[in-house]
Write a new protein. Structure first.
Lengths: 316, 434
């Protein structure tokens, strides 16, 4: 397949995954904010600033008379001046898709296009100031529809695998970031009561669409160690880092047409080593500083995977 | 409802002067235009005759130039025409076909006769709208299709692929064809990707291709892959910076030499622009008589050539009633529609015609036929034209129907999509039902 097409498929998928995560994060933070409003002194600062830090974004400009939280929500969801906003990501995803429309199935393009138009609807956008919930739900639903259609209408050949690569690499990166930022935040949150910490860790799970799946597996209160374990090394849950890397490895294998142990390229080596570290990870050894170091290292390796991928397949 | 349908499908036609952004949905009118079988038979035969003559003309002027030496077409008109490629004199193109894809604009005069307004023999667009309009109409009015026997037009992409494979170099047993597009900012980009997808071929841009040892390759995730046929939707000028415009970033350096060497086929060929030049247009009926010894089945619109002194005085005296066109322009840009013009515009054209009479032709303002069109909740008459699509490969075929363009503003005669036109589905009825 054309290198340019592979590149556009990869980024179409990656930007869409980014929009999905951001929409979920805003929605979760919005509801957490409502929950904590009465019990913490300044939950607003705590949670919204944590989200901005996670995204490596400075506090956004606040318009005259605008509530600071409304400004953050607008900036993260709607603002085209923010290249990382949901709207910008959907737009970039759609532009990538447009440049290679012949390489995706017509229903995929339809779904992506419908998402773009729905999110451009003035009445939906107008409601964000009051509650971002509908907008965030539309975004997540649109992304799911897109991948559902992709799953059953696009041949699972090379192009499909580049879509999977973009999606899972972005997802692994986001889960690691969420864990890293929340962990250090909550470590410092001494003196906070148990129910509230449970609420906050529940939010971490919800950020990764993992709350119900966690409950079903552990049937217990949300425990930080288990959250880390679940999101890092669970082999079967789609929003665990290990699951994502397994999928990445499968796609790389399919693209190269060779078994992983026969591959001699940097991409497969980097993915394989990180995957091994996760598979044989001793969960009990990770606390505080060591966890932070592990997550930071894993993030850097994910970045290297993206880099090697571009070199290997002459992506632009 | 059709608008919503088109919007979800993202059918856009980029208009160069649109200020609201690069993408605008081209409006589709839900009322189909119906052509009876007998009427279509005559149109079809006339179009086949015409493209055969144009292909013979192109072969001739790039080789022996009989038609010029016999004085049927003025030699100067061809040899000094902006679209004549002297670099291609003597080059043998695959299967001797120059125009593989042609979109010919027809209008229907007051007496019902179809006349040829112009041939589009370079990179005609619009065929995707023909196909898409049919899809939308089937979705919106399924019942109508069971009441009428409408000839399907869905075979076009398959027929086009047949043509592309037919012209591939003989050494290629399983030829690889690609569609070369200027990219997503081109006004017809939607059509490029639509056709590539329907044919199952790669949609490439200039930067995806490279020429090595006079052979063309595309850059893929598995390295280079050989390309045998290119359906190019880039004008001659931008095709190859080494041969034509050196500032073109859209083209492929070395492509023209590879084509000359016969290692790759191009559709359409290079240099076809001289056949649809507005200056050459008045001579097409003579070409048909000259090459085919037949009378034209489809006539031209009456055309005046200001370079002939007697005709020039007629044109200058009647600027307020004529349509004046520049011979090197297309797409409805740079023309004067007499009845709708201001005194200043007419004076400007008068000065230009007097200075460069060869650069213009003039035609009577034809009252295009009107067709019922859905406007503000009711049906009103709007002016229409018709662009059927002709494919020339092992045989010549015309897809039943074509693209009916409609001038949406009341009274307007300009149907170009770039100037506020819309389109309609076009139905050719099966024999025995009309």
């Amino acid at each position: 397949m054309l290198s340019r097409v592979a590149d556009a498929l990869f980024w179409m998928s990656r930007y869409l995954e980014r929009a999905d995560h951001l929409a979920r994060a805003v929605d979760v933070t919005f509801h957490l904010d409502l929950d904590l409003h009465g019990v913490l002194a300044n939950p607003v600062e705590l949670e919204w600033n944590a989200l901005l830090t996670l995204l490596r974004q400075p506090p956004p400009p606040v318009a005259d008379g605008e509530h600071p939280v409304a400004a953050v929500q607008r900036w993260l969801l709607l603002d085209m001046a923010n290249p990382g906003s949901v709207m910008s990501c959907v737009n970039r995803s759609r532009n990538n898709a447009r440049s290679i429309r012949g390489s995706i199935s017509p229903p995929m393009w339809r779904e992506l296009n419908k998402l773009h138009w729905r999110l451009s609807d003035p009445s939906l956008r107008g409601r964000v100031a009051e509650s971002p919930h509908d907008f965030c739900q539309e975004t997540q639903l649109g992304v799911l529809l897109f991948h559902g259609v992709c799953e059953s209408t696009l041949t699972h050949d090379e192009g499909w695998h580049f879509i999977q690569l973009g999606r899972h690499l972005e997802r692994a990166d986001k889960i690691l970031r969420i864990l890293d930022s929340k962990f250090s935040l909550l470590e410092r949150g001494d003196g906070v009561d148990l129910p509230i910490r449970a609420l906050q860790w529940g939010a971490v799970l919800k950020n990764c669409a993992a709350y119900e799946a966690y409950q079903r597996l552990y049937i217990s209160r949300v425990e930080p160690e288990r959250v880390v374990e679940f999101l890092l090394v669970n082999p079967d849950f789609p929003h665990s880092v290990r699951f994502c890397l397994t999928r990445i490895m499968q796609s790389l294998t399919a693209i190269s047409g060779r078994l992983p142990e026969r591959c001699d390229d940097e991409v497969v080596r980097t993915v394989g080593r990180l995957l091994n570290d996760l598979v044989y990870l001793d969960g009990t050894s990770l606390d505080g500083e060591r966890l932070h170091a592990f997550l930071g290292d894993a993030l850097a390796r994910c970045a290297r995977i993206g880099h090697h991928l571009h070199e290997q397949y002459a992506l632009q | 409802m059709t608008d919503l349908s088109m919007r979800q499908d993202g059918v856009g036609f980029t208009v160069y002067r649109a200020e609201e952004g690069i993408e605008r949905v081209w409006p589709m009118d839900p009322v189909p235009r119906i052509i009876p079988a007998a009427e279509w038979r005559r149109i079809e035969a006339g179009l086949i005759q015409r493209i055969n003559a144009l292909n013979l003309f192109l072969w001739d002027i790039y080789h022996e130039q009989h038609i010029l030496r016999d004085g049927i077409v003025p030699a100067r008109l061809v040899l000094q025409g902006g679209y004549f490629r002297r670099e291609f004199v003597g080059v043998n193109v695959p299967r001797r076909i120059y125009i593989h894809i042609c979109g010919t604009d027809l209008i229907r005069a007051a007496d019902g006769e179809y006349l040829v307004l112009e041939d589009n023999a370079r990179t005609p667009s619009g065929v995707s709208y023909m196909l898409q309009n049919r899809q939308v109409l089937k979705r919106v009015f399924p019942a109508l299709f069971s009441d009428y026997d409408v000839l399907p037009n869905d075979d076009y992409p398959a027929a086009l692929l047949d043509v592309l494979q037919y012209i591939a170099p003989e050494s290629a047993t399983q030829p690889t064809a690609v569609l070369l597009s200027p990219g997503m900012y081109n006004s017809a980009y939607f059509e490029h990707s639509f056709l590539a997808q329907r044919m199952g071929i790669e949609l490439v841009e200039g930067r995806d291709l490279l020429v090595d040892g006079n052979r063309v390759f595309m850059r893929t995730t598995r390295g280079r892959q050989r390309v045998d046929v290119i359906y190019r939707r880039i004008d001659d000028d931008f095709l190859d910076p080494l041969t034509f415009r050196p500032d073109s970033a859209l083209g492929v350096p070395g492509l023209v030499n590879a084509y000359r060497a016969g290692t790759v086929a191009l559709a359409n060929s290079i240099g076809t622009g001289i056949a649809d030049d507005k200056g050459v247009y008045p001579f097409v009926p003579d070409m048909i008589r000259y090459y085919l010894q037949q009378d034209p089945l489809l006539n031209n619109v009456e055309t005046f050539r200001p370079e002939i002194p007697a005709q020039r005085s007629h044109v200058l005296a009647n600027l307020d009633r004529l349509v004046v066109k520049r011979v090197n322009e297309s797409g409805g840009y740079g023309m004067l529609v007499g009845p709708a013009s201001t005194r200043e515009q007419r004076e400007e054209f008068r000065r230009e015609i007097e200075a460069n009479p060869r650069d213009f032709i003039a035609q009577p303002t034809i009252q295009l036929s009107t067709h019922p069109t859905f406007v503000d909740g009711r049906l009103e008459g709007r002016h229409v034209d018709l662009r059927p699509f002709i494919l020339c490969g092992e045989r010549v075929s015309v897809t039943p129907g074509g693209l009916t363009r409609v001038a949406l503003p009341k009274g307007s005669l300009v149907v170009n999509s770039s100037q506020g036109g819309g389109s309609k589905d076009t139905w050719v009825l099966a024999e025995g039902r009309s």
